[in-house]
Design a protein around this ligand. Structure first.
Ligand code: HEC
Length: 153
């Protein structure tokens, strides 16, 4: 009986490997609406955002090893879909001035209180955990950018 159940799971595991969601990758370089292209953050800020946020909130995910094993890719796809719906770094420039301002304060909130990146993500992506110093650099830049955008509009 147990053997049959285990065999059933093994077969199921093999079968689900063939169901692969479409990948979220873009071969084109980031366009003018991209957050980083538009706001030109210093290299350290750029690197932090790309490392910790772009996988779920942009048009271009760097697929990790676990995405090659199901249900890893399904899990990631769900997060990319949900993440993109809430906020896209790739499409930032296309938001209205009001929405850009709103999203900038949301960024400051979620980075500041460490709700983003999601804990389930940093569990695997240890390099996406910011040190206190990094967090400060990031928030300082985001706040300065917020003021700059407010002045422009
Ligand atoms: C593993 C995927 C993943 C990563 C990595 C990730 N996010 Fe998210 N993010 C989500 C999902 C899913 C949601 C929507 C559901 C939720 O809020 O939990 C979301 C929601 C958000 C929101 C919307 C909250 C609001 O009130 O508008 C912001 C802003 C955000 N993320 C910013 C970031 C930033 C900044 C980073 C990097 C520091 C980041 N996220 C990293 C998946 C991710």
């Amino acid at each position: 009986m147990l053997k049959k159940i285990l065999l059933g799971f093994a077969l199921l595991f093999v079968a689900i490997q063939f169901v692969r969601p479409e990948k979220n990758v873009s071969t084109a370089p980031p366009g003018p609406d991209d957050f980083i292209v538009r706001l030109a953050p210093p290299p350290e800020v750029k690197a932090m955002l790309q490392t910790a946020c772009y996988d779920c909130h942009s048009d271009n995910t760097r697929y990790p090893w676990y995405a090659e094993i199901q249900p890893g890719a399904w899990w990631l796809k769900q997060h990319i879909d949900d993440g993109q719906r809430e906020f896209s770094f790739s499409g930032f420039g296309a938001y209205s001035a009001k929405k850009q301002a709103k999203k900038l304060s949301a960024l400051i909130d979620v980075i500041g209180d460490r709700t983003m990146p999601l804990p389930s993500y940093t569990w695997v992506h240890r390099d996406a955990i910011f040190t206190d110093a990094q967090l400060k650099t990031l928030i300082t830049w985001l706040e300065a950018t917020q003021e700059k955008l407010a002045d422009e509009n």
